[in-house]
Design a protein around this ligand. Structure first.
Ligand SMILES: [Mn+2]
Length: 219
């Protein structure tokens, strides 16, 4: 079975409970649509756990991107804002790791993709920007996406139609913003996108969608 979830934000125990609940096994696959770190209690434990699972795949989120950017530029940069507001716990826990474990985490993050196409599903952290390239193929439109859009876009994506015949699954914008509930959001207007960030970091839930039968699971 194939599963998708997003925005775990350091919720290590909640993720373990979810894996138990769905009976996640070696023959299953878990796609995690970014923002594993920051906000919650155990961001680095969670990230390290994911790096070791061969049947889990992380798509990059804006929080991982800020983390990588901070580490490459160093302190006293514009990314101090990230450390002060969001990344403090992540950075503290990261700095406690041995050099080897730090390198493993960095290598892993640097190897992640910005989106993934799985059957008719497009998996991405924030969404896609479909401007005026309607005559091109879905593959070409995806290849030409800007990194900032894939990582940060909000209503310019989720209030518009996306691709006919494809379904974009995304996180980043909590579903409480989309339909006032901490449950997975299915776009009823266009029928072409599904929001799965159920706000675990804001007192909401971890929502998980099983792609084989579209069954929803919550912790
Ligand atoms: Mn995000």
């Amino acid at each position: 079975m194939q599963y998708v979830l997003s925005d775990l934000h350091g919720k290590y125990e909640g993720f373990m409970t979810l894996l138990d609940k769905i009976g996640f096994g070696d023959s299953d696959k878990m796609y995690i649509l970014g923002d594993v770190i920051d906000r919650g209690e155990k961001p680095i434990d969670l990230l390290e756990y994911i790096t070791k699972q061969s049947n889990m795949e992380l798509i990059l989120g804006n929080h991982e991107e800020m983390f990588l950017s901070y580490l490459s530029r160093g302190k006293n940069s514009t990314m101090d804002l990230w450390v002060d507001n969001l990344g403090g716990t992540t950075l503290q826990q990261y700095e406690r790791l041995s050099q080897e474990r730090r390198n493993n985490v960095l290598d892993y993050l640097q190897s992640t993709d910005l989106y993934k196409m799985v059957g008719n599903f497009i998996l991405v952290h924030a969404g896609i920007n479909i401007s005026d390239s309607k005559d091109s193929t879905v593959e070409k439109i995806m290849e030409s996406q800007k990194k900032d859009d894939l990582l940060w876009i909000r209503s310019d994506f989720y209030r518009r139609s996306a691709f006919a015949g494809r379904t974009v699954i995304f996180g980043h914008t909590p579903t409480s913003v989309l339909h006032d509930k901490n449950y997975i959001w299915f776009d009823e207007k266009y029928g072409d996108k599904i929001g799965v960030d159920c706000g675990a970091a804001y007192g909401g839930k971890i929502g998980c969608l099983r792609l084989d039968d579209m069954r929803e699971f919550y912790v």
